[in-house]
Design a protein around this ligand. Structure first.
Ligand code: ADP
Ligand code: GN1
Ligand code: MG
Length: 371
């Protein structure tokens, strides 16, 4: 950890560094918690530049979006100190630094905050829905076309499908044959993949500023009140569909088990949790969603879960080159939970529609799903 402390010294921090330790459960960047003798804490992150190939553009996005959000939160009477990420610049005033072979950035640590890996009480997921719905609402007037696309075609599901087929063809790990059943699962759903992208092309779904990685553990909750404080992990804030944000949150949070649970009997889409998130989300941004966005909400969870599952599967076949793994066949385990969820969501499609319809009818000015 001495090396991490050395890196942290290059940022504009208060006090002498006491400790630096690994933090969080992300699959892409590497996160550390740094504390100082002035009772200050910071999040130091090594950006994965194999994936985020232009850290300058990435940090410019985050800087602009956080400044914008800070002003909105102030206008709404909130606390901009805790309600949004704050970049700690380097001693030279830069948004990130490159030392040796690493690219690093720092944020102030939001004190008394916690993140959840799975939902224990539905109310927490209701609050997560509020947090992401609010994020969408607060960025509604942000000029989306000024944002850099930090990862091209990030949630373009047909493009992800093509990447998946390319990985199967190349079969770098030699494991494709052993996952024939999983490959077939994806192929059976090929046509479904273009449901949203077709509607972008014919202008029936609007592009908005979206987060694109709305995992439950990207919401900070207040340790004391349990209320949401801020949305973090802004690397993939880009123009996208509201359905990506709604769907990815449903993918991760409605499953009462872990994303890499090996016992698939424990993995399913909880309708109670689905309802809790949907209510929180639509209370915050239901009024600005269009009819078509609301019409597509029932398929958003399935789309994001199928897409994520095929990304895990493609990476397993490619030899685990993208998502960090902690055990053998880890990406395969992750893929299997996603496919179990997809199946369950397919079986529950009618109930999912009913829940959305009911919530829409209860929220003032929110459009109801047509039968
Ligand atoms: P990753 O891209 O690896 O998921 P994140 O930016 O989400 O990285 O950070 C990892 C974890 O660190 C988060 O899930 C959250 O628990 C915590 N975290 C991130 N930023 C902050 C912050 N500013 N204050 C407190 N905790 C934070
Ligand atoms: C990655 O960085 P992290 O762990 O929040 C991935 C997401 C996936 C997620 C699956 C930049 O998110 O797209 O949905 O893993 N992020 C990137 O858990 O690829
Ligand atoms: Mg994260």
């Amino acid at each position: 950890m001495e090396q991490i402390k050395d890196v942290a010294q290059h940022f504009c921090i208060e006090g002498e560094i006491l400790s630096a330790e690994s933090y969080g459960c992300g699959h892409i960047n590497t996160t550390f918690l740094v504390t100082t003798d002035k009772n200050k804490s910071y999040i130091l992150q090594k950006i994965n530049t194999g994936i985020f190939v232009n850290p300058g553009e990435l940090m410019e996005n985050i800087n602009n979006v956080t400044i914008y959000l800070s002003n909105i939160i102030k206008d709404e009477g909130g606390d901009p100190q805790r309600g949004v990420l704050h970049i700690i610049p380097s001693c030279e005033g830069k948004l990130y630094i490159t030392i040796n072979d690493g690219t690093w950035r720092m944020f102030s640590f939001v004190n008394d905050s916690v993140t959840l890996q799975v939902i224990e009480h539905p109310v927490d997921f209701y609050y997560a829905g509020k947090a992401f719905g609010k994020f969408t609402r607060q960025l509604d007037s942000y000029p989306a076309d000024t944002l850099h696309e930090t990862i091209k075609n990030f949630h373009n599901t047909p493009s992800r499908y093509n990447d998946f087929e390319a990985a199967v063809k190349e079969n770098a790990s030699g494991k494709a044959e052993s996952v024939a059943e999983e490959i077939e699962f994806v192929r059976e759903r090929k046509d479904f993949c273009s449901l949203f992208t077709d509607k972008i092309e014919n202008n029936t779904l609007p592009l908005r500023v979206t987060h694109n990685d709305t995992k439950l553990n990207n919401v900070l909750f207040d340790r004391k009140t349990g209320k949401p404080i801020a949305v973090v992990d802004l690397d993939t804030v880009m123009p996208g569909l509201s359905l990506y944000d709604f769907g990815d949150a449903i993918r991760f949070g409605t499953n009462p088990a872990a994303e890499d649970e090996k016992d698939l009997d424990k993995v399913y889409c909880s309708l109670e949790l689905f309802e809790a998130f949907t209510r929180g989300y639509l209370e915050e941004c239901g009024q600005l969603l269009t009819d078509e966005e609301i019409n597509m909400l029932p398929y958003a969870g399935k789309m994001m879960t199928l897409e994520c599952g095929m990304r895990f599967l493609a990476d397993h076949i490619a030899g685990d080159v993208y998502f960090r793994i902690h055990r053998e066949n880890h990406n395969l385990d992750r893929c299997r939970t996603q496919f179990k969820l997809v199946k369950d969501m397919e079986e529950k499609e009618e109930q999912i529609k009913e829940i959305i319809n009911r919530i829409c009818s209860e929220i003032k000015d929110c459009r109801a799903v047509k039968a």
